[in-house]
Write a protein that binds this ligand. Sequence first.
Ligand code: AMP
Length: 113
Amino acid sequence: MDNCIFCRIIRGEIPSVKVYEDDDMLIIKDVNPQAEIHLLLLPKEHYANIVEMSDAQARTLAACIKKLSGMVDELGLKDGFRLVSNKGANACQSVEHLHIHILGGKPLSEKMC
Ligand code: AMP
């Protein structure tokens, strides 16, 4: 998607702090962290949210999350973390490219959006 900010990050057109990358996903630091550790898991394939996700995309995303579970120590998440994916503006989704928030450590904000 030409103008999708996460597609542009994935293509390297917009800078980001990359934590992990493979053929299926990119993990970056969120630019506006809501917790001590706030990462974003971005599937490289563009789709808007879990409602738009195909069966094949769901399988890829599940494999990405399984891979993430093996990276807990290196990402500093061994004491616990939350995974959040917002769908729709009413649920605070601001970027229409599916992403999983990975939140660990102390919250930095009480706000929901
Ligand atoms: P959501 O509101 O669930 O769609 O989450 C979008 C997230 O993307 C927010 O937490 C933003 O802080 C984050 N974000 C937006 N632009 C960038 C960027 N260029 N680099 C890293 N994170 C970003």
